[in-house]
Design a protein around this ligand. Structure first.
Ligand SMILES: Cc1cc2nc3c(=O)[nH]c(=O)nc-3n(C[C@H](O)[C@H](O)[C@H](O)COP(=O)(O)OP(=O)(O)OC[C@H]3O[C@@H](n4cnc5c(N)ncnc54)[C@H](O)[C@@H]3O)c2cc1C
Length: 451
């Protein structure tokens, strides 16, 4: 195997020493598994050659972007070869006339955003990890972010893909135009398939014009219910913010940088609301937003129009999951979605689960689309079975409320035990037969999404 891999990828792009393999044995979840080899392709032909050998010799291949996934998706739990796309990282095209960009899968999302913005264009998907994750990983997980409320998720921007199938065949599903309905939507099927159906080797995305103005509001509230009512009222009154994020009281207490807010003891929740289409000089629209916030118990309103202040606000939001992770021995991130009208009710139920299952839950997330990051922590691993039972009970409630157990992180192997809460047996069987059609030997990222 080693000689064969070196012949395809070059010695410098094959890792087989245990100490170096460790770097590819985990993602940002707590799941780990050591691969036998790591390969770093630079060309699509190398990816095809790998899959031809894998299907002949029947070994698992786990695709990896930049390893920031939170569901164990890029972890080689059955060993075999990790194919890391870190060196396929060039932006091949930015077409300002047709508002398109074509990139290799290892391009860092933030790099693409920066490059298109230099040309007056905008690539909206903005996972909080955008400075360290890859477009290939984003497509494979259908990543979302705060801007999803207004602009949608990664899937809404992918027009076409280059995919290497399990037997090494290269296919190019999709179109270069904004519309196209010839045959089944294979681009939609591959987007969010978590590396289980094919390897993404190129991505064509559509772009939109860069928004003209940005304004961020930081609003502390005296109750979480008030903050959530503010969210629904803003939408009901015809505004579509480019982001509406919230942090609960526990998150605020953890984040040192919010001293200014938490010094006010009545603060129970924080909203970060961003608009990219309000004319900042038009104070009438802004005043209407302030009025809505005050009606719902806003304690204060901090406004940031310049990029330095806006970055400070977003830094607070982006850093919070790391702060939580470092605060406890057990940290399990869940990213459920409930209908936005049910967020406050759902949040009010959480203390009961905390008590019953001896867990501590920090909540923050995308209030505008109901995607709540439930950061479940416990002080010790000794009660892990109880913690898992608690997670199952919470996810069951989410589905009962009309929600979904994952809005953006995917199933990977972390959430695999809970998939039956949402998908019925016929749906699971149908999905398994799709997997079987694309990957009859089960060599592409085995053990993910399904058992
Ligand atoms: C601090 C933090 C904040 C985050 N915030 C968000 C957020 O706001 N929204 C969000 O959606 N996610 C978020 N995430 C999760 C993560 O960043 C996303 O899931 C991201 O899309 C993963 O990209 P990656 O390049 O790191 O992929 P990886 O973790 O390497 O892989 C993710 C999945 O994609 C598959 N994959 C990767 N590349 C390919 C390829 N070329 N072909 C086929 N399959 C492939 C892998 O097998 C795996 O199943 C966050 C993570 C962290 C640590």
């Amino acid at each position: 195997m080693l000689d064969e891999l070196k012949a395809i990828f070059g010695s410098e792009n094959v890792i087989f020493e245990k100490e170096n393999l460790e770097d590819y044995s985990r993602d940002a979840s707590s799941i780990s598994g050591l691969p036998d080899f790591v390969v770093k392709p630079q060309h699509v032909e190398e990816v095809q050659a790998l899959m031809r050998i894998a299907s002949k010799k029947n070994f698992p291949v786990t695709p990896r972007g930049l390893g920031t996934g939170l569901a164990g998706g890029a972890v080689p739990i059955h060993g075999g070869v990790v194919i890391s796309f870190e060196k396929m990282n060039s932006i091949k095209l930015i077409d300002t006339e047709n508002l398109l960009a074509e990139v290799e899968p290892g391009v860092i999302t933030g790099e693409l955003k920066k490059e298109v913005e230099k040309r007056g264009l905008f690539y909206p998907p903005d996972p909080a990890s955008f400075e360290v994750c890859s477009i290939g990983g984003n497509v494979a997980t259908n990543a979302g972010g705060p801007a999803c409320l207004k602009y949608g998720t990664t899937r809404d921007y992918v027009l076409a893909l280059d995919i290497v199938l399990a037997d090494g065949t290269l296919i190019r599903p999709g179109v270069k135009t904004r519309k196209g309905v010839v045959g089944y939507d294979l681009v939609g099927l591959f987007t969010g398939s978590e590396g289980t159906l094919g390897l993404i080797t190129s991505v064509l995305v559509k772009l939109v014009p860069k928004p003209k103005s940005m304004i961020s509001l930081l609003i502390p509230f005296s109750t979480l219910a008030g903050a959530m009512k503010c969210v629904t009222t803003i939408l009901n009154r015809g505004f579509i913010p480019s982001a509406m994020e919230f942090l609960d009281e526990k998150c605020l207490n953890l984040a040192e940088s919010t001293n200014i807010i938490t010094s006010n003891e009545t603060c129970r929740a924080l909203l970060i609301i961003e608009f990219d289409d309000i004319d900042i000089s038009d104070t009438e629209d802004l005043q209407r937003i302030y009025d809505i916030a005050e009606e719902n118990g806003a304690i204060n309103i901090f406004v940031a129009t310049d990029s330095v202040k806006r970055n400070q606000i977003w830094e607070l939001r982006r850093k919070i999951s790391l702060d939580i992770e470092h605060s406890s021995e057990v940290y399990i991130p869940e990213d459920i979605v409930v209908p936005i009208g049910s967020i406050a009710k759902f949040a009010s139920l959480l203390p009961e689960y905390e008590k019953e299952f001896k867990i501590n839950i920090y909540t923050f997330g995308h209030a505008g689309d109901g995607n709540i990051h439930l950061n479940i922590t416990a002080s010790s691993k000794t009660n892990i079975n109880l913690v898992n039972r608690g997670i199952r009970a919470i996810l069951k409630k989410v589905v009962e409320l009309g929600g979904t157990i994952s809005g953006e992180h995917g199933i990977g192997c972390a959430k695999l035990p809970f998939i039956d809460l949402e998908l019925t047996s016929p749906m699971i069987e149908l999905q398994k037969s799709i997997k079987n059609l694309f990957d009859p030997l089960n060599i592409l990222n085995p053990g993910k999404i399904f058992d």
